[in-house]
Design a protein around this ligand. Structure first.
Ligand code: IMP
Ligand code: MG
Length: 177
């Protein structure tokens, strides 16, 4: 399908399943070269990264573990606004190489929070691997080690990414039109 309508919003095909899979194979190849015999822990950020994590890990050839976490955000009491909270981390990551898996980095605020929070546990190393990155939307300076696709400031859905909770199940990635 090249075009679709979700809650009255039109979307058109942006990345095919084959393009996504080919790029993930390249990312896995890079990781296979960088992490062999280091036994890292992948930390995948739910909900968006579930498909990416699944397909990427099938192409990983070193011993590794995976943990799924979530970043909850809610309006805090301070006027400074959103408070973020990491939930689901139930393993000691001290002195272990960590690779964070994300679906998309937009403003970068979520990733900035995650990096700061995870560093408190003193991992051996901390790398970020995101399928998608919107470089022009970044509001903070981040070191992002592995990026699948750099995209412009457009709204994307599919392959884990949602629009009002819908479209995460699609095999391809679509852009709002
Ligand atoms: P950030 O904190 O602004 O970088 O936002 C990161 C989160 O916002 C991602 O993990 C997604 O859940 C969501 N997000 C950002 N851009 C998009 C998009 O284009 N489509 C769907 N979700 C998005
Ligand atoms: Mg996400």
């Amino acid at each position: 399908m090249d075009a679709l309508l979700i809650n009255n919003q039109a979307f058109q095909l942006f990345l095919t399943e084959a393009e996504i899979m080919a790029r993930i194979a390249q990312l896995a190849q890079q990781l296979n070269a960088d992490y062999s015999s280091r036994k890292p822990i992948f930390i995948a950020v739910l909900n968006g990264s579930f498909m990416f994590a699944s397909d990427l890990l099938k192409a990983i050839q070193f011993d590794c573990e995976i943990q799924f976490v979530k970043v909850n955000s809610y309006q805090g009491m301070q006027s400074s606004g959103k408070v973020q909270e990491l939930i689901g981390l139930n393993q000691n990551i001290a002195n272990r190489p960590i690779i964070i898996l994300e679906d998309i980095i937009d403003t970068g605020l979520t990733m900035d929070f995650l990096i700061t929070d995870l560093l408190r546990y003193e991992p051996e190393s901390l790398a970020v691997c995101s399928l998608l990155l919107k470089p022009d939307a970044l509001k903070v300076k981040l070191q992002i080690d592995y990026v699948g696709f750099e995209v412009s400031n457009q709204f994307l859905v599919g392959y884990g990414l949602d629009y009002n909770g819908l479209a995460r199940n699609l095999r391809q990635i679509y852009q709002a039109v």
